[in-house]
Ligand binder design. Structure first.
Ligand code: CA
Length: 249
């Protein structure tokens, strides 16, 4: 197990203790914070690879902390710890770029599965696929950004990079939300909300919209009653793929 440093932001002492103990027992290095102010300060330190973030927190609200983290570390994985029934907050969290969420009360086993899946995804950078193109935009998977011009760039989160990679790899067919969940989260999708995927796709689409409005082409097409498909204008940059493959030999 790697010594990945995880920050746990949770004001309920019993829950925080349980989460921290479960993570430490699995070999992770953990820092803990009991309010949003301290949580934000811990989360933006170097060496942090994942944040587990409660939403109802003293000092600074969890969503406010998430917003702050996204400004400084746009791709840092964040898992929201949420109470059952607070769907609005969960949806808002996903819209703001959280990578996943766990509903309280959760078991240590479930939490660790989510943590491992998110960390694996973060480490699983596309290696073969260096770049893709979408109209005049370059999608740079290594730098995880979309460049429309030198001054017009958008950063991609790990989750967004994963979804885009999966769609491009399978661009001859449509992929279901369940397939994306299984591939990216590495767990049985039954019982999971496929809306998670819709939120990430909505963010991706917004980032892939032509900032000058010169093109209205869709990078990701919705396939009714099934899922999503890479649009015809979303293309893998084959010249770069060949170069990368050649270098490895
Ligand atoms: Ca709380």
């Amino acid at each position: 197990m790697s010594a990945a440093q995880i920050v746990v932001v949770e004001d309920e002492p019993a829950i925080r203790r349980g989460v921290v103990d479960a993570l430490r027992a699995s070999g992770y290095t953990v820092k803990e914070a009991a309010d949003g102010g301290a949580g934000y300060d811990c989360s933006v330190q170097p060496g942090v690879c994942l944040v587990l973030l409660d939403l109802l927190l003293p000092v600074r609200d969890g969503l406010e902390v998430l917003e702050g983290i996204r400004k400084v570390r746009p791709t840092l994985p964040v898992i929201i710890l949420t109470a059952r029934g607070s769907e609005d907050d969960r949806v808002r969290g996903l819209k703001m770029g959280a990578d996943d969420y766990v509903v309280k009360p959760f078991s240590a086993r479930e939490l660790l599965a989510r943590v491992e899946a998110v960390l694996r995804r973060a480490a699983d950078r596309p290696s073969d696929m260096a770049r893709a193109r979408f109209g005049r935009a370059v999608i740079d998977f290594q730098r995880r950004e979309i460049r429309w011009s030198e001054s017009e760039r958008a950063e991609l989160s790990d989750t967004e990079t994963g979804i885009l990679t999966f769609l491009i790899e399978n661009r001859s067919r449509s992929v279901s939300r369940e397939e994306i969940l299984t591939r990216l989260w590495g767990i049985d999708p039954s019982g999971l909300e496929t809306r998670t995927i819709d939120m990430h796709v909505a963010r991706l689409r917004a980032k892939l919209r032509d900032p000058n409005g010169k093109s209205s082409a869709e990078a990701i097409v919705t396939v009714r009653a099934h899922g999503y498909m890479a649009g015809p204008d979303l293309k893998l940059d084959d010249s770069l793929r060949v170069q990368t493959a050649a270098r490895r030999k």
